[in-house]
Design a protein around this ligand. Structure first.
Ligand SMILES: Cc1ncc(C[n+]2csc(CCOP(=O)(O)OP(=O)(O)O)c2C)c(N)n1
Length: 616
C-alpha cells in the first residue's frame, strides 16, 4: 500500500525519485497520515494540507544542511515521516514516543523546537545570519501559516529580515484558517491577494525561467520594482500565490527561488484537511483529534459526557454575561479550546477573537478596563507566558480589573513540554495587586470565576485540562471569601512515627492529597488561594502538626509551596516543611497520569515522599 513511501527513509532518498513519482508519494503519504493519526490522535487537518509542500521542500532543498524551520510545528508529521520517523508515528505524542512537534533532540532535520506560534521567521533569520557570519553557504526556509502570521512576532521578524540582504525564504502556507476561521485585516488582505492573482500568478510562477525571477529579485533589491504587496514593502521579493497542492507548480518555483539572493517570500495556497473529505468540510473539528475510525470520522463531536473545566468556564461566562452587560470575552485565537464557542454566538458584539496575539489581548483588555468594560481574558497558561510584560506593565501596575481565566494549568498530556502550564503560579504570585485562585473541583471553579469578576482588581483563576472530580451541580453565583482556605480532612490520631502531618493542597492536587491522607491519617487543607495566602490557616496548621506538606501542579521553584514557606517565615514558625510539585525540568508528552507519576505526584509518589521525610 505504501510502495513508494516505504522506500523513503531519508530526504536524500526522496531526492533520488523522478519528479513524476512525487504525486504518488503524496497520495501514499496522505493515506499513511490518515491511518496513523486515526490510531494515535493528534493534529490532522494541518498535516493533510501540507503534504505536497513538505515533499517539495525536502525534494528541492538539501535538508538537513539547508534549514527548514516550521512554524507552530503541528504540521510536521509528513516531515517526520520523510525524515526517518515513519515507524515512530505509532507512538506519536505518547510517553517516550516521538513528539507531535519538531524537537532538536529528536532529529537533525528538526532545526528549531516549537509549538508556540509565530517564531519561525525570527529563528530562520537568526540561522541565515549565523551561517553567513560563519561563512557557511546554506539556504534557510521558514514555513508559516496565515494564522501564525497574525502575531506581532512574525511582523517584528519581517521588519528586521526584510531590511537585510540575507538569503532567507519565507513560505506563507495560506489555507484561510487558523484553528477556527481566521480574523483580522491581514486575513482580508491575503484573500484579496489570492482572488486577484491566483491562477495567472500560479501559471507564471511555475513556467517563469530562472533568469526572469533572478532579474526581478535583483531589481527588487535595487528598489526598481514598484512595491505592490505589503510583503514587498517589508523588503521581501514576493512571489505567488501558487497552488500548494500542485507539485508541478511547487517544485520548479522552489528550485528557481533557491537560486535567488536576499529575502524571498513565497505565498502558497493550500486547503486544510486536503484529501480527507470530513476534514475538508470541518477542519476545525479535525484540527486536533483523538483516535477515530477513518471510514466513520469523528462520531458525536468531542464531548466525553462529563463537563470539562473549559466547559464550566464557558457556561459561567454565558451566565455572567447575561447578568452583567459590561462583561466582554477575549480570546487570542482559541475560541474552541478555551470554551468560548457558545458565548461567541450568544454575544457576538461582546466577543473578541484578537488573532494569535496574546500580548495584544492583554493590553486590549487593559484598555477596555480603563473605560468601564469588564474584560475576561480566556487564555492557556502556556500562552500567557508570551504576554508577561503586558500583564505586569499594562494591567498589574495600573491595578486594572481583569479576570484571567487560565486554562491548561499543570501538565497537559500529549502536547507535552511546550504546552504544560508549569510556571504560572510562580510568575503570577510575585506580582503586586494580583489575586490567584486554584479550584479543586468544577463547582469551586465557577465560584472562583464569580469571585474574580466581583473584584475590582486583577484576578486569575487557574484550572487544569480536562474534567475534575465532580459534576457541576450548582448553577448559582456565590463568591468565596478572599484569601481563605478550608480544612477538608482532620487528622485524628498521631500518624506515622508519632508525627502529625498536614497536607496543604493547591487546586488539582486536592484529590491525591486526600487519598494519601487516608493512609496516613493526615490533615488536609484545600488552600484555594495562592495569593493572598491564608496566613491564619497556615499558622493554625503549623501549631498543630509536626510536618507540613505542600502540593501543587506547578514547579516547586517559586510556587505555592514557596509562598507557604515565606508565610511561615514571616510568622516566625520553624516548621518542618516538605514541598511537592513539578520538578526543575521540562516534562515530556504522554498520558497525564504518567506525567504526574514521573514527578511523584500520584498517590504512591506522594506517600513515598512523605514517609521518606518522616523517616529521615
Ligand atoms: C502563541 C500561540 N498561541 C496559540 C497557539 C494555538 N494554536 C496552535 S495552531 C493555531 C492556529 C495556527 O494557524 P495557522 O498558522 O494558519 O496554521 P494551520 O493550522 O492553519 O495550518 C493556534 C492558534 C499557539 N500554538 N501558539
Amino acid at each position: 500500500m505504501y510502495e513508494l513511501l516505504n522506500t523513503v527513509n531519508d530526504p536524500a532518498e526522496l531526492r533520488k525519485l523522478d519528479r513524476r513519482q512525487l504525486p504518488q508519494l503524496a497520495s501514499e503519504l496522505r493515506a499513511f497520515l490518515i491511518d496513523s493519526v486515526s490510531k494515535t490522535g493528534g493534529h490532522l487537518s494541518s498535516n493533510l494540507g501540507t503534504v505536497e509542500l513538505t515533499i517539495a521542500l525536502h525534494y528541492v532543498f538539501e535538508t538537513p544542511h539547508d534549514r527548514l524551520v516550521w512554524d507552530v510545528g503541528h504540521q510536521t508529521y509528513g516531515h517526520k515521516i520523510l525524515t526517518g520517523r515513519r515507524e515512530g508515528m505509532s507512538r506519536l505524542r505518547m510517553w517516550e514516543g516521538i513528539s507531535g512537534f519538531p524537537r532538536r533532540e529528536e532529529s537533525e532535520f528538526d532545526t528549531f523546537g516549537t509549538a508556540h506560534s509565530s517564531t519561525s521567521i525570527s529563528a530562520a533569520f537568526g540561522m541565515a545570519v549565523a551561517s553567513r557570519l560563519a561563512g557557511v553557504k546554506r539556504r534557510v526556509v521558514a514555513v508559516i501559516g496565515d494564522g501564525a502570521m497574525t502575531a506581532g512576532m512574525a511582523f517584528e521578524a519581517l521588519n528586521n529580515a526584510g531590511d537585510s540582504k540575507d538569503d532567507l525564504l519565507v513560505v506563507l502556507n495560506d489555507n484561510e484558517m487558523s484553528i477556527s476561521p481566521p480574523v483580522g485585516a491581514l486575513n482580508k488582505y491575503l484573500a484579496k491577494l489570492m482572488s486577484g492573482q491566483f491562477y495567472a500568478a500560479a501559471k507564471r510562477a511555475s513556467t517563469r525561467v530562472l533568469g526572469d525571477l533572478a532579474k526581478r529579485a535583483e531589481e527588487h533589491v535595487k528598489g526598481m520594482v514598484t512595491p505592490s504587496t505589503m510583503f514587498e514593502e517589508f523588503g521581501f521579493n514576493y512571489l505567488g500565490p501558487i497552488d500548494g497542492h500542485d507539485l508541478d507548480a511547487l517544485v520548479p518555483t522552489l528550485k528557481n527561488i533557491r537560486e535567488l539572493k536576499g529575502p524571498q517570500f513565497l505565498h502558497v495556497v493550500t486547503r486544510k484537511g486536503q484529501g480527507y473529505k470530513m476534514a475538508e468540510v470541518d477542519p476545525v473539528l479535525y484540527h486536533g483529534v483523538s483516535k477515530f475510525k477513518p471510514d466513520d470520522g469523528i462520531v458525536g463531536g468531542k464531548s466525553s459526557g462529563k463537563p470539562t473545566y473549559t466547559q464550566v468556564f464557558g457556561d459561567w461566562l454565558c451566565d455572567m454575561a447575561a447578568l452583567d452587560k459590561r462583561l466582554v470575552g477575549i480570546t487570542p485565537a482559541m475560541r474552541e479550546g478555551s470554551g468560548l464557542a457558545r458565548f461567541s454566538e450568544l454575544y457576538p458584539e461582546r466577543y473578541f477573537d484578537v488573532g494569535i496575539a496574546e500580548q495584544h489581548a492583554l493590553t486590549f483588555a487593559a484598555g477596555l478596563a480603563c473605560e468601564g468594560s469588564k474584560p475576561v481574558v480566556a487564555i492557556y497558561s502556556t500562552f500567557l507566558q508570551r504576554a508577561y510584560d503586558q500583564l505586569i506593565h499594562d494591567v498589574m501596575l495600573q491595578n486594572l480589573p481583569l479576570v484571567l481565566a487560565i486554562d491548561r494549568g499543570g501538565v497537559v498530556g500529549a502536547d507535552g513540554a511546550t504546552h504544560n502550564g508549569s510556571f504560572d503560579l510562580s510568575f503570577l504570585r510575585c506580582l503586586p495587586n494580583m489575586t490567584v485562585m486554584v479550584p479543586s473541583d468544577e463547582n469551586e471553579c465557577r465560584q472562583m470565576l464569580f469571585t474574580a469578576f466581583q473584584m475590582n482588581t486583577p484576578a486569575a483563576v487557574r484550572y487544569p485540562r480536562g474534567s475534575g472530580p465532580g459534576e457541576v451541580a450548582k448553577k448559582d453565583m456565590t463568591a468565596l471569601p478572599i484569601g481563605r482556605g478550608e480544612i477538608r480532612r482532620q487528622g485524628k490520631k498521631i500518624a506515622l512515627l508519632s508525627k502529625k502531618v498536614a497536607i496543604l493542597a493547591f487546586g488539582s492536587m486536592l484529590g491525591v492529597a486526600l487519598e494519601a491522607a487516608e493512609e496516613l491519617d493526615a490533615t488536609v487543607a484545600n488552600m484555594r488561594f495562592v495569593k493572598p495566602l491564608d496566613d491564619a490557616l497556615i499558622a493554625q496548621l503549623a501549631d498543630a502538626h509536626d510536618l507540613l506538606v505542600t502540593i501543587e501542579e506547578n514547579v516547586v521553584d517559586g510556587g505555592a509551596g514557596s509562598a507557604v514557606l515565606e508565610s511561615l517565615q514571616r510568622q516566625g514558625f520553624k516548621s518542618s516543611v516538605l514541598l511537592l510539585g513539578l520538578p526543575d525540568r521540562f516534562i515530556d508528552h504522554g498520558d497525564p497520569a504518567l506525567q504526574l507519576a514521573s514527578c511523584g505526584l500520584d498517590r504512591a509518589g506522594v506517600l513515598a515522599a512523605i514517609r521518606a521525610r518522616l523517616a529521615s
